[in-house]
Design a binder for this molecule. Structure first.
Ligand code: 4UV
Length: 530
């Protein structure tokens, strides 16, 4: 077929009219109210202390806090609030309050360094910062009013009914958030997302949910994904829309995750590929009762067929769904829905309702037919407004007629399944051939004695670049360099062979589970500073 634009094959989803005044918070609460579960069902659980908050309490706290911030702190529509906090049950309440005030949320990674925080603040220009006792020291001194969300004062802002919240009229085109784009490549940018972006994502993702789930009780979702990253940020809204019970982990810790699944009978968890791989390889998972698990949603980085096979063999009753998205697209634009699509190993599923895609040849800019590899371009209702203060970066990404370049190499098959190959910018060029590091990483971790691996380009006079593997061996393992190189060479075309190798104790990863290849390049490739 000569298809040049791929259209979503999902049933259309009804979105609220664009001229309706509506915040993402109101919209999520309105879907919650239509759910079959009562107001007193549990909304949030602290996975360590067991403290619980019901949906009616969630709504009450959101309103009291919003009233306080409006009347005492004097926060108004279009103000920006910087948020620097690890996950906690306070964070979603803070988010919903700020969303209903029309205050733009700008959440940053709590492990960011002071210079990183400074750079982010320069971009988003907040009038206030919300931090915790563990992060507050990173904020620039005396610049902003600061509220600590782990303080008794914050608790009383959420529970006092002293102030009356005055409803704020918001257009859907108003900004809801400025998110910092992952920064695994290039410099950090502030991604502007509107209430409409979140409303559309909530509507589309809830519709997908209804297609795949027929539940007798609310799902129990474990939040290991950070609330400052789009995956966790959007899921904090989606969770309310679906009336889920959200089990919140302060920071990701392997044993705590397993313990939480057992203790709270977790049914759903969103994970990144490294954790999915670890679940299928690490013996310590056997010590826990994980039988409540129904679905694992995996996204944020490529998950290879071998990894899926290993996971499915170990957890045959758990559905492993895959989703693909970007901060710039307000989370997912494609995902697998239902058991049949989940078995399409290696695919991140079909486009969500309301989306279109093109696969564009990097050299000729031509839109390609099915099964050909090129850069993924997408168009749809969740695409960002742009990068704050960066018109050039914005026009390089939002190219024309609403199309956004993703920077990802992909192909779409005849049935509309999307396959992500790798980040275009991270491709290795060996004698002019493109080698996708992600593909070699998947081969490497399919070796039972390899615990983790990353592949980076190593400069080479003769060939341009050669693929270099950085490998973490399983404990007490003597696997050597040649054995690993031979193992890979047997499975890939000759130009893709690993030609250099080093061992390491652990692979650096971002909080969202992405390999930090640039840190490895700094360590293994660049000469040490003079
Ligand atoms: O901007 P960002 O950090 O955003 C994300 C968002 C991920 C998801 C995934 C599934 C969901 O359901 C959801 O709500 C959010 O990671 O990074 C964007 C880049 O991450 C890579 C790709 O290179 C994007 O440009 N990426 C994201 N998902 C996948 C992926 C995937 N499933 N497979 C391969 N690469």
């Amino acid at each position: 077929s000569l298809t040049k634009t791929f259209h979503s094959v999902r049933p259309p989803v009804h979105l609220p009219p664009e001229n309706a005044f509506l915040s993402a918070a109101e919209y999520a609460f309105s879907l919650r109210a239509k759910s079959p579960w009562p107001d007193d069902s549990v909304a949030l659980i602290n996975s360590i202390t067991g403290q619980q908050i019901s949906y009616s309490e969630f709504a009450r706290r959101t309103k009291s806090l919003a009233a306080y911030l409006q009347k005492v702190t004097q926060l108004f529509k279009h103000d920006v609030a910087f948020v620097l906090s690890p996950n906690s049950i306070q964070v979603p309440i803070l988010y919903f309050s700020l969303l209903s005030l029309g205050v733009i949320i700008s959440p940053a990674n709590p492990v960011a360094t002071e210079p990183e925080v400074y750079g982010q603040i320069q971009l988003s220009k907040p009038v206030i910062a919300f931090a915790t006792s563990s992060t507050v020291h990173k904020l620039p001194k005396l610049r902003h009013q600061t509220i600590l969300i782990d303080s008794p004062e914050f608790e009383s802002m959420m529970v006092s009914s002293k102030y009356e919240f005055e409803h704020v009229k918001l257009s859907q085109s108003d900004l809801a958030a400025i998110m910092y784009s992952s920064g695994t490549t290039g410099k950090v940018k502030g991604v502007m997302l509107t209430h409409k972006n979140f409303i559309a994502q909530t509507a589309i993702s809830s519709a997908a949910w209804e297609m795949s789930e027929k539940r007798k009780s609310p799902s129990v979702m474990l939040f290991t994904t950070p609330y400052f990253h789009i995956f966790g940020f959007f899921y904090s809204i989606r969770s309310v829309a679906l009336s889920e019970k959200a089990v919140v982990m302060e920071r990701f810790a392997w044993k705590n995750m397993l313990k939480a699944v057992q203790e709270f009978s977790v049914t759903h968890v969103a994970l990144t590929p490294p954790v999915v791989v670890k679940l299928s390889k690490d013996g310590s998972a056997d010590g826990y009762d994980l039988s409540s698990l129904e679905t694992v949603i995996c996204g944020a980085a490529p998950l290879g067929q071998e990894a899926i096979a290993a996971f499915t063999a170990r957890f045959p009753k758990v559905m492993l769904a895959q989703g693909y998205g970007l901060t710039e697209s307000t989370a997912a634009v494609a995902r697998t829905i239902g058991p049949e699509e989940n078995m399409k190993w290696g695919s991140t599923g079909k486009l969500y309702a309301g989306f279109e895609a093109k696969v564009v040849d990097a050299e000729t800019s031509e839109a390609l037919p099915p099964c050909r590899e090129g850069e993924l371009w997408i168009r749809g209702p969740t695409i960002m407004k742009g990068y704050v203060g960066e018109p050039e970066a914005t026009s390089a990404t939002l190219v024309c007629d609403g199309w956004m370049r993703t920077g990802d190499l992909c192909y779409i098959d005849e049935n509309g399944f999307l396959f992500i190959v790798d980040r275009l910018k991270e491709l290795i060029k060996y004698k002019g051939y493109q080698v996708a590091p992600a593909e070699l990483e998947q081969v490497l971790i399919s070796h039972p004695q390899v615990a983790d691996a990353a592949v980076i380009p190593y400069p080479d006079k003769e060939t341009g670049q050669v693929p270099m593997a950085i490998v973490v061996r399983q404990p007490q393992n003597t696997l050597n360099e040649t054995e690993i190189m031979d193992f890979v060479a047997k499975q890939v075309a000759p130009y893709k062979k690993i030609r250099r190798l080093a061992f390491i104790n652990s692979i650096p990863k971002s909080a969202a589970g992405k390999l930090l290849r640039k840190d490895l390049i700094r360590k293994f490739v660049l000469p040490p500073p003079a």
